[in-house]
Design a protein around this ligand. Structure first.
Ligand code: IMP
Ligand code: MG
Length: 180
């Protein structure tokens, strides 16, 4: 275990098993529909790479980068840094995200992609912190890997100021690690 990690919340094996189940859920709903899986960079990239391989049918890949966070706080100001490069008109879109917290980022992305004329837009998130939702945000994910308590977590793509994305598990940081 990495020296900055206090506790492992989800092991590599737990995540792997759950992703296979999510792949089956997506297959049940999207088989034959050639969905576009939109990866929200950078946090979702690790989850994304495993998810698309758990979906055993035709699909297409798209990438989008937004930013809203600084340190451990969501700023609520969402900026599109990289847009999807393909036409989404009449396509079935599934957004793959690392974590749903306040819900502001995904609310924004959902509306943004719907405005591009997608036939449907659904959300698949590795983690959900239900207690984190901002006032007035009613958005929920359609597919959830794990519901977790309201703590700041890192690993499996999730970062603290760009560190720890490469950890193969999801863990809680030691308080001392925040001084970096
Ligand atoms: P939301 O708009 O507050 O739902 O923010 C979602 C984004 O915030 C995610 O894509 C993450 O980048 C970041 N985020 C939220 N909670 C955590 C966490 O516990 N660890 C790392 N990043 C987080
Ligand atoms: Mg982040």
């Amino acid at each position: 275990m990495h020296q900055d990690i206090q506790e492992i919340l989800l092991t590599e094996q737990q995540i792997k098993t759950r992703i296979q189940e999510l792949g089956q859920d997506l297959l049940r709903d999207y088989q034959g529909k050639c969905p576009v899986f939109v990866c929200i960079l950078k946090g979702a990239v690790v989850f994304y790479a495993d998810m698309i391989r758990a979906f055993d049918d035709h699909c297409e890949m798209a990438f989008m980068q937004i930013s809203s966070y600084s340190g451990t706080q969501s700023t609520g100001n969402i900026v599109v840094r990289q847009d999807v490069s393909m036409d989404l008109t009449d396509r079935h879109v599934v957004i793959l995200e690392d974590i749903l917290d306040t819900g502001r980022s995904l609310q924004y992305v959902c509306d943004y992609l719907r405005n591009k004329g997608a036939a449907s837009v659904k959300i698949c998130t590795l983690l959900d912190k239900p207690e984190g939702r901002a006032p007035g945000v009613t958005l929920e994910a359609d597919y959830v890997g794990f519901r977790i308590p309201n703590a700041f977590v890192v690993g499996f793509g999730l970062d603290y100021d760009e560190y720890y994305r490469n950890l193969p598990y999801v863990g809680v940081l030691k308080p001392a690690a925040y001084t970096k």
